[in-house]
Design a protein around this ligand. Sequence first.
Ligand code: ATP
Ligand code: MG
Length: 445
Amino acid sequence: MAGVGRGAPPFPVAAEAWLVLERLWAAGHGAYLVGGAVRDALLGRETHDWDVATDARPDAILGLFPEGGYENRFGTVAAHGVEITTFRRDHHYADHRRPDRVTFTDSITDDLLRRDFTVNAIAWGRAAGAQPEAADIVDPSGGRADLQARILRAVGEPAARFDEDALRLLRAARLAAAVGLLIEPETLAAMRRHAADVRWVSQERVGIELRRMVEAADPSVAFRIMADTGVLQPAVPELAARIGRSPHRSPGPDAGAGHDAFDHALATLDASAVLDPGDERLRLAALLHDLDAVIAEGLLVRVAHPRHEARRIGRIIGGQGFRYTPDWSDADVRRFLRRTGPDVVDDVLRLRRADNVACGWPPDHGDVDQLRVRVEAQRAAGVPLSLADLEVDGTDLMVELDRPGGPWLGALLERLLDVVTDEPHRNTKRQLLLDAHRWADQGRA
Ligand code: ATP
Ligand code: MG
């Protein structure tokens, strides 16, 4: 953390960010902390990903930080986990997404005024050649006042800013939710006018923002803002299509009038954030659980979510159709466990708890917790759940029955697993080979 006194930062600064500032200052450059870390530090929130803006040009930055490397085509250098960017002005955004070119400037004020929101356009640092005690806040758009009033406001003319870069529409919804800000009315009106521009944002970028929205403390907020401004439809059409539709599960006691499938998805998302904080996978499953598993998985793959994760979330959603009653036998529990998949069953049960809360029931409604205990007991007993757990394999059966491999083999193994699911004690090599013989003989008869 940096020292205190005259010219000291008004908030704690991470050691790496301080190292970057000092090296730039010592070389005679102007350098400032900017962006989300300054915003979060001023709010007393946890900070991460420090950004530094400087009048040093990219080649000079790289000269001072040979351990760093270029991050993008505009010459941002990443060193010590800090992004160092030359003060710049953007020019003409032909594609509603990226400026065609940038001009470097020596003015921190110009650099701040090209940024998206006033709360992100606050800097702390000092100009080239200035005395250490001259270090100060630079805040040309009133970002601190907005931060204090908890307002998210576009820098300058809101409509022009969203027209330039449609990603700002998603950033607005995400930052409002994550930081806990209210979107200022003119900024909100401009979002409505430009909502359709979200189609210019790459699917990969949509995915990044979606994950960040879902991670917010109050995750439904970002989705409400998107729905209210019309941003949701071009960003996540599958979710927008659920507005006004009835949820797949019949509503519980507190569902309330006008509670549609979208409301239900958001209520489940918020419930999962409360019941299992920090579980991003469960939050995504909760948000998408009212969609068909195939649609949910397709959506995630489209926005470049890791494929194995998308698959897993699809399986969690696919597993939620069970109706447990305490009269289930242990064999019923084992069949449920096998059908759902031992690797996702826990997520499926936690999703049901969130879904219960969203329906106005207590989390344990439908005795899910009892089912969870029974599933655990089966698992702890080491019962066979997959073909790999059987005491015979395909080779054993081919040898024993003296038949070459073929479709019969898979079918027979599945049948043996069914038997063992009902009666785990039959999982011995001797017993399974006996069963296999008996069925093979029956098959020939
Ligand atoms: P996070 O908490 O997610 O890091 P952030 O505001 O720091 O939020 P970054 O993507 O790290 O987001 O961007 C750093 C800074 O760069 C922002 O605070 C903002 O000043 C500026 N910025 C980022 N994206 C844009 C954009 N699309 N248009 C204008 N300015 C932007
Ligand atoms: Mg950041």
